[in-house]
Write a protein that binds this ligand. Sequence first.
Ligand SMILES: Cc1cc2nc3c(=O)[nH]c(=O)nc-3n(C[C@H](O)[C@H](O)[C@H](O)COP(=O)(O)O)c2cc1C
Length: 192
Amino acid sequence: MKRHVASKTLLYPMPAVLIAAGYEGEIGLCAVAWIGMVSGTPATIAMGLRNVRHTLPLIEASGEFTVNVPRAGMEASLDFCGIEAGGGAGKWAAAGLTPAPAASVSAPLVAECPMALECRVTAMHDVGDYRVVFGEVVEIQADEDVLTADGNVDVELLDPITYVPGTREYRALGRKLADAYSVGKPLKERAK
Ligand SMILES: Cc1cc2nc3c(=O)[nH]c(=O)nc-3n(C[C@H](O)[C@H](O)[C@H](O)COP(=O)(O)O)c2cc1C
């Protein structure tokens, strides 16, 4: 039998990424878990940023940001960026992270993250004390060592970090269960 669960912000699993932005020489970096792909055409990401975050005005002013995917082993740097507010370039250095130029936006990339999505803000929507930022993905770049021979991202090599709310843990991806858009086909056949 199901029972009421008090917390209303539980959803499993959540991504754990670093959002970077810059404006007029100032650069910001923060950890974000409330983020997801919300449209395919155009490819669009939405994320919830509490309106006190120092990275938010940089995104608003520049209209751009990058979503940097840390790999397993980068938990301490990621966590630091989620518990240290503001600090500009000093925050990057203290996290052991290096800003690098992106290909299509002015926002910096995190050089140590094996994958980055470059985004341009297309909309913002206020929900309580959060600002939901929508960003069109204009470019994705990944390190060669996480790519397959045909240029696709190999998630095993990428080894991204997930965030588990409630117990507040970082976890690696679990085992593969089945092929998506495929394992359900026998049920679809039977439903005809
Ligand atoms: C794992 C993790 C996930 C987080 N996710 C979010 C999030 O989705 N939205 C948000 O506003 N803050 C989130 N935070 C908090 C910010 O990262 C944190 O307040 C950070 O210090 C903000 O940095 P800034 O003020 O320099 O931008 C998260 C923190 C952690 C540790």
